[in-house]
Design a protein around this ligand. Structure first.
Ligand code: NAG
Ligand code: NAG
Ligand code: NAG
Ligand code: NAG
Ligand code: NAG
Ligand code: NAG
Ligand code: NAG
Ligand code: NAG
Ligand code: NAG
Length: 517
């Protein structure tokens, strides 16, 4: 903290000595940029004093010049982006772009506001991913529903692979024009689809950013969709259906078995990979012959046990058992409800119907888990995945990639980023922590809190750690997390994988009580 205050003072002094003290006129500065170079067109510019921008009750704590613009791309396609440019005295020569969630189609103004108000002096940009939610069923998929962007190859390519790279050069040029000099550093922050967009930047556009935060990355998007479908299919009967009460019962039994492995009794599993639990011990027999007692769950039926095992196993090929995506981990059970159909209906079935088979009547029950996997790889994976382990171009230009993943993420099987990290290490011959660090979050959800873990701090101070890494070479061995939804003020230490947090102090609710090892 002190270190970064000193640095900020130093930066302010440097600005005072060498940099212009006023910014260009918000209404006209874009005249200095040849927008034709970027296929860009400015829609409007507006100056907002402190507090005048209001996004979901969070207002801008610094004044900005806002610029909306479009980029023409593909065959008559348009991407819209917005750029927030702080006054020069609030600007620390840092450019920040944010990503999208889900099917994109809207600009993530909430994350833009977080970055703007972070005190790190960012000019902040965000785009809509190359299509409008309003023209795509409100930005969410549903069975039997035509989703136009999934039928336009350029828009599919833009959605994840190019969403950020399409607007970043224009946004950087406009930033340069406003301050009269280029930003010293460029950062990106995104989660979920935005995490996939982060990996797309590293893989396909490694020259654009110095530092990237990719949270809960959906970068094996096509097989993530298969994982949703698998979990739905294995819970899609009244016998195999796992109600929230059953999920809670299961999670509680797992927590009873594994909570204290790390020496801390907090109804939280620090490292699910060290948990050993046999789901068969919950089967209805002997002392627990019936599933409920006074309305409480007491055991699982054979069909429920099979369903839980299927989710613990993850999707496999029906012909030779090859794993198609990782499985869900111990301690995440209470977060599985969305896996039992909602996510398949919002993503997997729309992707199969619109992108893979181009048939809105396609019945996902007919998906054959051997030959049809190749259809998904060819028709979807090619265009929406970004899983190359060869990230050496980004590494060679000293780029830094910080990945986070919640162990109780209701969307993503948590070990995918671990598996991918191992693929990268294998290809690049060993330790890659000089440019890639992964932070697993015990009890963490999808890009924030998990509902059943309200005591877990859910604000990860990843961008601050990334800035320290990029600008001062300080490798992030630990990351602070704060703000649990239960308001308890607890803080936690997130550790760079494979290290985990070990308690050495007294107060289990204070991150300073832990060491990463
Ligand atoms: C600028 O254009 C964007 C995109 O069309 C629009 O959402 C926004 O309201 C406009 N801002 C102003 C101040 O007109
Ligand atoms: C921001 O908007 C919300 C409603 O969306 C309102 O409750 C709040 O008072 C506004 N804040 C400011 C500072 O204008
Ligand atoms: C280009 O897109 C616009 C807006 O979607 C549409 O009105 C126009 O007809 C399209 N032009 C061509 C040549 O497809
Ligand atoms: C599963 O249970 C939920 C709630 O108990 C219910 O809404 C849903 O219809 C059930 N699904 C199946 C396939 O039985
Ligand atoms: C059922 O659960 C409630 C709340 O957890 C508990 O108070 C009650 O004693 C339980 N009943 C039985 C029969 O276990
Ligand atoms: C299973 O089949 C797929 C597709 O033919 C192949 O890529 C994979 O290597 C096979 N796995 C095993 C374990 O044989
Ligand atoms: C669940 O089963 C119903 C009835 O067979 C089917 O129509 C639906 O597509 C299934 N949902 C999923 C997500 O597999
Ligand atoms: C990265 O640098 C290494 C070592 O200097 C070199 O062998 C490799 O070819 C470079 N890779 C790329 C993609 O630039
Ligand atoms: C499941 O557990 C959560 C707390 O972890 C609780 O809020 C919720 O009410 C429980 N739901 C059921 C159906 O037992």
């Amino acid at each position: 903290m002190r270190h970064s205050t000193l640095f900020t003072l130093g930066a302010a002094l440097a600005r005072a000595l060498v940099l212009p003290q006023t910014t260009a006129d918000c209404a006209s500065f874009e005249g200095d940029v040849d927008l034709g170079d970027y296929d860009a067109k400015v829609l409007n510019t507006t100056y907002y004093p402190v507090g005048a921008l209001n996004n979901s009750k969070i207002v801008n704590q610094i004044a900005v010049c806002e610029l909306y613009a479009t980029i023409s791309y593909g065959n008559n396609d348009t991407l819209t982006f917005v750029l927030w440019l702080p006054d020069v005295l609030d600007y620390d020569n840092r450019f920040m772009a944010v990503g999208n969630g889900g099917m994109a189609g809207t600009i993530d103004l909430a994350n833009m506001m977080t970055q703007l108000n972070s005190g790190m002096g960012f000019a902040v940009a965000g785009g809509n991913g190359g299509h409008e939610a309003s023209a795509n069923n409100g930005g969410s998929g549903a069975p039997g529903t035509y989703i136009p962007y999934l039928h336009d190859p350029d828009q599919v390519q833009a959605w994840i692979h190019d969403a950020i790279s399409l607007f970043t050069p224009a946004a950087k040029a406009l930033t340069t024009a406003y301050y009269g000099r280029a930003a010293w550093y460029a950062y990106y922050d995104g989660c979920s689809t935005g995490g996939a967009q982060g990996f797309a930047l590293v893989q396909y556009h490694p020259e654009l950013f110095d530092g990237i935060v990719a949270g809960s990355p959906g970068n094996w998007y096509s097989h993530l969709a298969l994982s949703f479908l698998w979990n739905a299919q294995h819970t899609n009967t009244s016998a195999s259906n796992l109600t929230q009460a059953i999920l809670n019962f299961t999670a509680n039994a797992v927590l009873d078995a594994c909570d204290t492995i790390d020496g801390v009794e907090d109804r939280l599993i620090e490292d699910p990979l060290r948990c050993r639990f046999d789901i068969d011990t919950l089967a209805c027999n002997g002392p627990h012959p019936s599933t409920t007692s006074n309305g409480n769950i007491t055991c699982l039926t054979p069909a429920q046990i099979e369903a839980v095992k299927a989710i613990y196993a993850g999707p496999v090929r029906s012909d030779n058992g090859t794993h198609l995506y990782p499985d869900f981990d111990f301690g995440s059970e209470s977060e599985w409800l969305l896996q039992e159909g909602n996510l398949a209906e919002a993503f997997s079935i729309p992707i199969l119907q619109n992108l893979v088979y181009n048939d809105l009547h396609y019945n996902s029950d007919d998906f054959d888990w051997a030959p049809n996997v190749a259809d998904v790889d060819d028709k979807a994976g090619t265009f929406i995945d970004e899983i190359s382990p060869d990230l050496s171009t980004f590494r060679n230009r000293s780029g830094k990639l910080l990945v986070t993943q919640g162990w109780a993420d209701p969307f993503n099987a948590a070990t995918w980023p671990i598996e991918h990290l191992e693929q990268i290490e294998n290809l690049l011959n060993g330790d890659v922590s000089d440019f890639l660090n992964l932070f697993m979050v015990p009890g963490g959800g999808h890009c924030g809190p998990a509902q059943s873990y309200p005591g877990v701090p859910a604000t990860y101070h990843t961008v601050a750690a990334l800035v320290d890494w990029v600008e001062r070479g300080k490798k992030p061995e630990q990351v602070l997390s704060t703000n649990p939804p239960d308001g308890s003020g607890r803080t936690r230490k997130l550790c760079a994988y494979p290290s985990t947090a070990r308690l050495i102090g007294k107060d289990i609710n204070d991150w300073n009580s832990y060491v990463c090892e």
